[in-house]
Design a protein around this ligand. Structure first.
Ligand SMILES: NC(=O)c1ccc[n+]([C@@H]2O[C@H](COP(=O)([O-])OP(=O)(O)OC[C@H]3O[C@@H](n4cnc5c(N)ncnc54)[C@H](OP(=O)(O)O)[C@@H]3O)[C@@H](O)[C@H]2O)c1
Length: 461
């Protein structure tokens, strides 16, 4: 990998502390960072290099069990702080001066990777200013890349506007829109599972599949993120991005190759056919009891913390197969799973015993206890013909042992390597907003139910 400086905008914030630093440390330990690798933090606080290095050390020790002193030292040795305000043009020039100086001191031309760990309201000004001061340009064979956190816009209009500003200064090949669900190992495995096995792909269509269900359930409530959650709700926090990407991977056509563009083409193509049902009976939204008392939440809040929706895919492969989606907070269990229910077998030979049949269900469990499970029928070992639903199970941890790379490690590694496969392309980002915006417009008209925290399978009060 080429010499790189990794610039973290928002280096003093929560995401940096909780996710980015441990990811960088783990990549250093796994020798997955370029040999010449520098970190420059940018934020408003009156810190300096020493304070930042001390904070880095504390955060890494907190989040990485058995952190090795030698690796930590190596990493900290190349950490710098540039104090600045996102809204001050002069501070971008200061950053540029620092980066130019770093190149001179080290004698190497570097790729510049800008990670935006900042509130999305700052995206437009940061895109503009990076462009204006010349930091967006690739020069002398070096690249400038931009990693952008979700949410990418708050509605269709703002997402289109963001893309326009971005495209004024950056090529699509420089833009990495993060959807950290895509970086989870079992999500990356969806395509391998579907297309590298001779068994399932033949059945992966409306003739054999009755319905698909995507569940993203969280045990926790909103914790201290009330300010953010009030503006988004589950529709924008989960459905518009992660869930639509899971749907696209589950249902897309076979890509021509493993190349990032090839896979992103097929996802974008699939999303063109996706519609959400606006029918009242297909839309359920609810809020957990106690939400209105959370920090930074309005006592009259109408924000949904749970939603259940129905999608359809109007192409040849899927027409008529519903995709049911549910997601929520405070559901008593953490579970992300894609479940595919096959048609009932005819099984004429069973005669009256047919009523005991249950469908085959394939479950791709994304988290926790990452696994692939398949329910199938067996005859019980008795004189009578009785059926029993058994389970075939592949479990990632018992099969492969050891932990897979964390999502943020994968994201940073792929961005450094210039692999855009796990990032959302402009056309898909916009299409996802188009799908949701139909619902967003009438969202306030659907009644808000309430549920007791702590139970998956929400029962409205
Ligand atoms: N936290 C998470 O777990 C999480 C998960 C997924 C996605 N995200 C996304 O990641 C982004 C960052 O979230 P966060 O939770 O880390 O936010 P945060 O804790 O509020 O941190 C914001 C950072 O931005 C800096 N900042 C704010 N205004 C600034 C300005 N005008 N000039 C310069 N620096 C400024 C702050 O620095 P100072 O305070 O020093 O000014 C701080 O470093 C958001 O887009 C969020 O949606 C976060």
């Amino acid at each position: 990998m080429r010499p790189t400086v990794f610039v973290i905008f928002g280096v003093t914030g929560d995401l940096t502390e909780r996710k980015l630093l441990s990811a960088l440390y783990n990549l250093a330990r796994a020798k997955k960072l370029p040999r010449d690798f520098y970190i420059a933090g940018f934020a408003r606080r009156a810190w300096d290099g020493d304070v930042l290095r001390r904070r880095f050390e504390e955060a890494i020790k907190k989040y990485v069990p058995k952190c090795e002193a030698k690796i930590l030292r190596m990493l900290l040795h190349k950490v710098f702080y540039v104090r600045g305000n996102f809204e001050e043009q002069g501070d971008y020039l200061k950053l540029k001066e620092f980066l130019d100086g770093l190149e001179k001191r080290t004698g190497s031309h570097m790729d510049k990777v800008f990670y935006l760990a900042v509130a999305p309201s700052y995206y437009p000004v940061i895109f503009e200013e990076l462009g204006k001061c010349g930091l967006a340009q690739c020069c002398r064979g070096n690249q400038s890349k931009l990693l952008i956190e979700k949410p990418f816009g708050k509605d269709l209009r703002s997402a289109v506007r963001l893309n326009k500003i971005l495209q004024r200064h950056f090529e699509e090949s420089q833009i990495y829109r993060i959807d950290h669900y895509l970086a989870k190992e079992p999500v990356q495995n969806i395509l391998a599972f579907r297309f590298a096995n001779g068994i399932f792909e033949h059945l992966w269509n409306k003739k054999y599949i009755k319905e698909i269900r995507i569940t993203v359930a969280e045990k926790i409530g909103i914790e201290s993120r009330g300010g953010y959650y009030e503006q988004s709700g589950v529709l924008l926090d989960m459905v518009q991005n992660h869930i639509l990407q899971l749907l696209a991977l589950t249902c897309m056509e076979e890509p021509l190759s493993l190349a990032a563009e090839s896979i992103r083409d097929k996802k974008a193509e699939l999303l063109k056919y996706v519609r959400v049902s606006l029918d009242k009976k297909d839309v359920k939204k609810a809020q957990y009891l106690g939400y209105r008392k959370e920090e930074k939440v309005s006592p009259k809040s109408a924000t949904e913390t749970y939603a259940a929706l129905k999608f359809s895919i109007g192409n040849r492969r899927w027409r008529g197969v519903p995709v049911f989606v549910q997601s929520g907070k405070a559901l008593g269990e953490k579970l992300t799973e894609i479940s595919v229910e096959f048609m009932m077998p005819r099984a004429q030979f069973l005669g009256d015993a047919r009523h005991e049949l249950s469908p085959n269900v394939l479950r791709l469990r994304i988290q926790p206890n990452e696994a692939i499970l398949l329910d199938f029928q067996v005859k019980t070992p008795k004189f009578e013909t009785e059926l029993h639903l058994a389970e075939m199970r592949f479990n990632y941890s018992s099969h492969f042992g050891g932990a897979a790379p964390e999502a943020y490690e994968r994201i940073i590694f792929d961005a450094l390597a210039g692999n855009q496969l796990l990032f959302v392309r402009a056309d898909s980002a916009i299409r996802q907003w188009q799908i949701i915006s139909r619902l967003q417009k009438s969202w306030h008209k659907y009644p808000l139910g309430f549920y007791k925290p702590g139970k998956l399978g929400v029962e409205l009060q």
